[in-house]
Design a protein around this ligand. Sequence first.
Ligand code: GMT
Length: 383
Amino acid sequence: MRIGITCYPTYGGSGVVATELGIELAALGHEIHFISYSQPFRLTGRDNGIFYHEVPVSNYPLFEFPPYDLALASRMAEVAEYYALDLLHVHYAIPHSVSALLARQMLAARGRRLPFVTTLHGTDITLVGLDRGYLPITRYAIQESDGVTSISNYLRDQTITRFDVTRPIETITNFVNCDVYAPIRDEALRAERRLHYAALDEPLLMHLSNFRPVKRVTDAIKIFAQVTREQPVQLVLIGDGPERSVAEWLAHDLGIQNRVHFLGKQDRVHELLALADLLLMPSEMESFGLVALEAMACKVPSIATRVGGVSELVDDGETGLLFPVGDVDAMARAAVELLRDRPRLNTMRETARRTAQKRFCSTLVVPHYVRFYEQILREGATS
Ligand code: GMT
C-alpha cells in the first residue's frame, strides 16, 4: 500500500507512534509518505520506502493565525495525487482529521478516492476536543473518517460518551519494537553506561515526558526526594517542556540537585531506559502511557498513576505499581520497598519484558493496522 501519515512532528507520544508505525510499515514493504510542517523527530534517517513532504505555511502579514490546516489539506491532496496514495492515516484528531476530510473532498472532485483513518491519542479528545470551539468540528471529522482507531479502550469509550460519536471505533493499542527497546544483555556494558549517572550499587530512577503540566514532573521530583532520604539513589529526567525549570528549581530547593540529572530531549531513549531500575510516571492523565510500555520492553517496571488507559497496559503488582494521582507519599514508599526487595523487583522486571513482548510488540500490533487499512479499502471498493 501507499500510505500518507500525518502527525505532530514534535516531542510527544502521538508523533512517536505515528513515526514508528511508518518505519515498521515501510519495513513490511509499504510505501510511506510523512506529510507535516517539519520532519518527525524520531525520523532520523531515510529508510527504504519512506518519504517526507514538508507543508509550507505562508506568513502573509494579514494572517494573524497562519492557516496550517488548509496548507496541510492542500499538500495532502497534492501528495496523494502525485504519489497515487491509497489512503491517509492521521494521528491526533485536531486539526489533522479535518485537513484529511478536505483533501478527500478535493480528490473526490477530481474523480479520485482517498479514504482516511484517524487515530485518537488523548488530549485531542479529553482536553482540546472538548473545548466548545473545537468540539463540533472534531466530532464531525471523527464521524466522517473512513476508519477511526483509538490507542486504548478507555479513550474509545470516552470518545463515544463525551462526543456522542455513533460510528465504530477500533482499539489498536500502542506498540513497541521489542528488538530496539530491549534490556542490555551484556551486564558489564550496562554497568559501565550506568556509571555516567549512578554508582554501582545505587538504584537509578527515570522519568521521560514532554514536561507538560499533565505529566506532573514535580511529583516525580517529590517522590524521588523522599526515596533519597531512605537510600542513595539517582534520578534521570529525559525530555523538555514548560515544567522543566519548575522541576529544576524544586530539585534545587529540596537540596537534591546533585542527584537529579536533566538530560533534555534525547534521540536514543531506548539506550537510556535500559539503564533504569524504575520508571516514574505520576501523570494526571494518560490515555495509554507509551513511555511505560517502552520501559517495560527494557525490563523496567513503573511507579505510575491509575488513570485513563494505564491499567490496560500496566498490571498493578505485576509489571508496575499504580496509585491515585498526587499520592506522592505512597509512590515514594512503594519505590523504597521495591528497591529493597530485589527478588520482587527482578520478578517484575522479567514480567514487564514478557508482557511487552506477548501483548504489545510491533510484530503483533502493526499487522492489526494493516488489516484495518485493508478493511477500509475493501469497504470503499464495494460502496
Ligand atoms: O494527548 C497528549 O498528551 C498528546 C499525546 C502525545 O502526542 O504525546 O499523548 C497521548 O498519546 C500518547 C501516544 O498514543 C499516549 O501514550 C499518551 O498517554 C497520551 N496522553 C494523554 O492522554 C494525556
